[in-house]
Design a protein. Sequence first.
Length: 182
Amino acid sequence: MLTPMQIENISRVFAMIDLSGNDKITWNDFETLTQGIASELGLAPDSTEIEGLLAAYKDVWDYISGAADLDQDGAVTKAEFEKAHATQAVTAGVLLDKWQVAADRCFDAADRDSDGYIDEEALASVYRAGGIADRQVAAAAFQAMDVNTNGRVDKTEFSASVRGLFLAVDESMKGAHMLSGS
């Protein structure tokens, strides 16, 4: 049985992926997200970083659609997504592994100077690309990620929040509110 926190985060992840806002996720949503990240970060769509990110998102999409697209229509509804999680057709661990690769690729793209860190503006750019335009949400997420409060987030800090988004079972866990701004 899913906890209320897990249900909340499943809904947030779904909403983040559903860039078209049509209550369905499709491969096109992932392509749109990738194009948005490229645009926000000033990267060419055919750059190594963006091609790697798109390949990682393809792996995520193939897993989600293979497990959750019950009617085989090329789209996953919110009900299908939630049911796949509830029945463990989509497991947090496997999905997390796939998202972690995508998160690493996203971090690498956002780390424009390749120093191993991203700043709040880089994170805000990634959030904007994902349809989260509220600067306060990105700022709150950045503050939560920046564990050592040095004003920058390394890949380990970023990864811990991504893991928490998928694995949090209560309010106090790292990443529990990565997409909510609270």
